[in-house]
Design a protein around this ligand. Sequence first.
Ligand code: NAD
Length: 437
Amino acid sequence: MRIAIIGAGYVGLVTGACLADFGHAVRCADKDPAKIDALQRGRIPIYEPGLDDLVARNMAEGRLSFGSDLCWAVEGADAVFIAVGTPSRRGDGHADLTYVYQAARGIAQALKGYAVVVTKSTVPVGTGDEVERMIREARPDLHFSVASNPEFLREGAAIEDFKRPDRIIIGVEDDSARAVMADIYRPLCAGHAPLIFTTRRTAELTKYAANAFLATKITFINEIADLCEMVGADVRDVSKGIGLDTRIGQKFLDAGPGFGGSCFPKDVSALIKTAHDHGTSLRIAETVAEVNERRKRAMSRRVIAACGGSVRGKTICLLGLTFKPNTDDMRDSPAIALVQALEDAGAWVRAYDPEGMEQAALILNEVEYAGDPYEAALGTDALVLVTDWDVFRRLDLKRLRDGMRWPIMVDLRNIYSSTEVEAAGFLYTCIGNGRSR
Ligand code: NAD
């Protein structure tokens, strides 16, 4: 099949490369000329494990190409996927649909024959209706369908998630769209990924409900972690103890500095706004957003307390800046609030992240960036583990400690055990362990 993807960011690029790998002919268009220029020269503008090989192979075999011109991408396509960003609208927390509607208008002008326009971007309930209305208004005689196919991939494991998904959700309003979507995903159905056909509005809401539920799970265990600290319990064991119950499940039960990233914060906020727009409220989601926001800044108070009550004039080493490992994505990372709060309290921050420093430098310009964890820790007054990259799990603790001015470690990801870190001479604080405080 011939497929167009509008937006070559994390989702568009992974979707395009994977669909090409299934044998479809894929053209990706992006309005950012620098991104397209890099992709055409074989450079991947984001860090995502395995993506460079997948893109290179499918480009070489002629199934995947990139361009700036939306008309070129859409020409002759059976399906056009909209995979542009839907950030939080400044000021009110609604999803900003500017890019989606721009893309829809462009597609309306470019289509020459029947195609399914598919929203892959995370969009509020009713957006598909609006996209359909816009295209119909611009092209009253055009035969087309609008479908919703939300994406559930995780950055850092995006290719695996796309190729071996737990489920594929497709919202359609007519049989033609259903047939095209079934053809596109046929290679995955052979691998028994459940293809769930539903209405467009149900598909749109399913994505938000999934993200809000996962954000709730994280926030729940974070609050339990706080209670563990008060009562002398250990959240790691509580988490294991509840997670082994298959009704609960072990994933998303790691206590930490609060959720961040390009999806959870904005999607929880947009879902709350959707509920308000419909005269109702989602009180659990509202509480999750509020508790998480407070938590991100509260992490700095832990660091300050570990440093004896003040960080003024001290240098704090941060290991990890991205919101999770295996990505360079810094959007809404808990590290941002932490750095800002530490700097507000008078500290200097030195940091190392395996992939995120280029993006981080665009936001956090007072931070000094180091070439490796040991250089980052050298001469500092405390070390804070912010992201659980694998390289931080096997650090030479004695070497780290020997380079530091004060041997203080605040482990916001519970990577280490207190026995191990204290044996290396550190004063250790982690999350949700009543005995380490
Ligand atoms: P992104 O910011 O990485 O990429 C969006 C791309 O769209 C950018 O390259 C931008 O230049 C391009 N673009 C914007 N308007 C355009 C237009 N009119 N024509 C052509 N290109 C245009 O965003 P992302 O992280 O890939 O997210 C895309 C959508 O997918 C969002 O709705 C997001 O919520 C959702 N999503 C993201 C993830 C994730 O892990 N990143 C996972 C699931 C769903």
